[in-house]
Design a protein. Structure first.
Length: 394
């Protein structure tokens, strides 16, 4: 038995939903897409709207493009994230600045963002907040700082579907509902909370912004007569116009059907993730050289896409590679989330500085298996293996 750090969960109901879509009259741009968008928006609430697309990177590009990022309108984001959070802006020729993170959570804070904005040498138009591993962080405070600096806020909520944030007025909203952002984005990559293989979505409550993003998803093309400049005749059924070039970033019907099916069991899957996090915390308590991530008092505030333990490899006297290989030999897969962006060759060639908080987080983090199919026995085995490996000398 091998336990990867994450794993998709496909049921018979999922397979039946995909087959139904395959046998329908539409393989793209059909009723399943509209149904998935409606279900996702209804789940997130807060009067938001959803726009599904072919992957999370496209969702970021669509959001950044709609918000006007470009050579004179840059992005501020975290270095502890997947490449796409920043690369989607770079593909629009927008400059990117990086703010430091809390060394314990790996998250941006209002303080680190404020500091980065004050010292930035590039014009910042937008801030992307990454809900790393499914954590909420200081979203409301970050929104306040962003407004003071006339910046848009984008939630990279690819890890956070189903988690909530409690606000200063005592209410609660889902991460990615865009209550504290101009737009939020999700990924439905194979190991995300909704496993569509690929797929993504943009979420916003701004109707004008949603319309821009809708056009960007589909070649910048509109068939709506109200948007036409030079219709050849009234109601021409074949006619369309393009007012700005874009790409085809549509989500096929089969994947939309898979999303509809999986969304029905999202809450139960997240409940299992929270129980797994509780068991890990219990079983790994007191393990030398290791710290578990903090569990919030309100368990719904974390989606537990990842379970990143912190290991003091220096004090342990073993490298992270040695520990990962030892765990793999005993059937336990691990991963590192993430290599800070400034360590990548593209950024190093441009003299991006190393950031203290991000370095501290990166040097200690290791993601161990986290997915709903893990049983209590699985968690106990993985915990025992990890404790045994950390007790083993070179």
């Amino acid at each position: 038995m091998f336990y990867p750090y994450s794993r998709q969960h496909i049921t018979q109901e999922d397979q039946d939903a995909v087959l139904e879509a395959l046998h329908s009259d539409f393989l793209t741009q059909g009723p399943k897409l509209a149904g998935f968008e409606n279900d996702l928006a209804r789940y997130l609430g807060d009067n938001c709207q959803a726009l599904a697309c072919n992957n999370g990177t496209s969702a970021l590009w669509i959001a950044y493009s709609a918000l006007g990022l470009g050579p004179k309108a840059g992005l501020l984001t975290t270095p502890v994230t997947f490449l796409a959070s920043a690369s989607a802006a770079l593909m629009l020729n927008a400059p990117v600045a990086l703010a430091d993170v809390d060394p314990d959570t790996g998250l941006l804070t209002a303080e680190t963002i404020e500091k980065a904005l004050k010292h930035s040498s590039i014009p910042i138009r937008a801030i992307t907040v990454v809900h790393l591993g499914g954590q909420a962080g200081e979203l409301e405070e970050i929104c306040r700082v962003a407004k003071e600096h006339n910046c848009f806020v984008i939630e990279d909520a690819c890890h956070g579907l189903g988690a909530t944030v409690r606000t200063s007025d005592g209410s609660r909203s889902y991460l990615g509902s865009s209550r504290f952002s101009d737009v939020a984005v999700f990924s439905f990559h194979a190991i995300k909370h909704l496993s569509l293989g690929e797929g993504g979505a943009c979420i916003s409550r701004n109707l004008e912004l949603m319309e821009k993003m809708r056009l960007l998803r589909n070649h910048g093309m509109t068939r709506n007569p109200e948007d036409w400049d030079h219709a050849p005749e009234a109601g021409a059924p074949w006619y369309y116009e393009m007012h700005a070039p874009s790409f085809n970033m549509r989500l096929p019907e089969m994947e939309a059907a898979l999303g509809i099916s999986q969304l029905k069991r999202l809450d139960e899957a997240n409940r299992k993730r929270r129980e797994i996090a509780r068991l890990y915390k219990q079983e790994l308590a007191g393990t030398p050289y290791l710290e578990c991530p903090e569990r919030p008092d309100d368990s719904s505030r974390h989606a537990w896409h990842l379970y990143p333990v912190k290991i003091d490899f220096e004090q342990l006297g073993r490298s992270r590679t040695e520990v990962m290989n030892a765990l793999k030999a005993k059937g336990v897969g691990t991963q590192v989330h993430y290599i800070p962006l400034y360590r990548q060759p593209w950024y190093r060639k441009r003299n991006y500085p190393f950031l203290e908080g991000a370095e501290t987080y990166y040097n200690r983090t290791l993601s161990i298996p986290m997915y709903p199919q893990l049983s209590s026995e699985d968690v106990l085995y993985i915990s025992d293996v990890l404790k045994t490996v950390l007790k083993t000398n070179r």
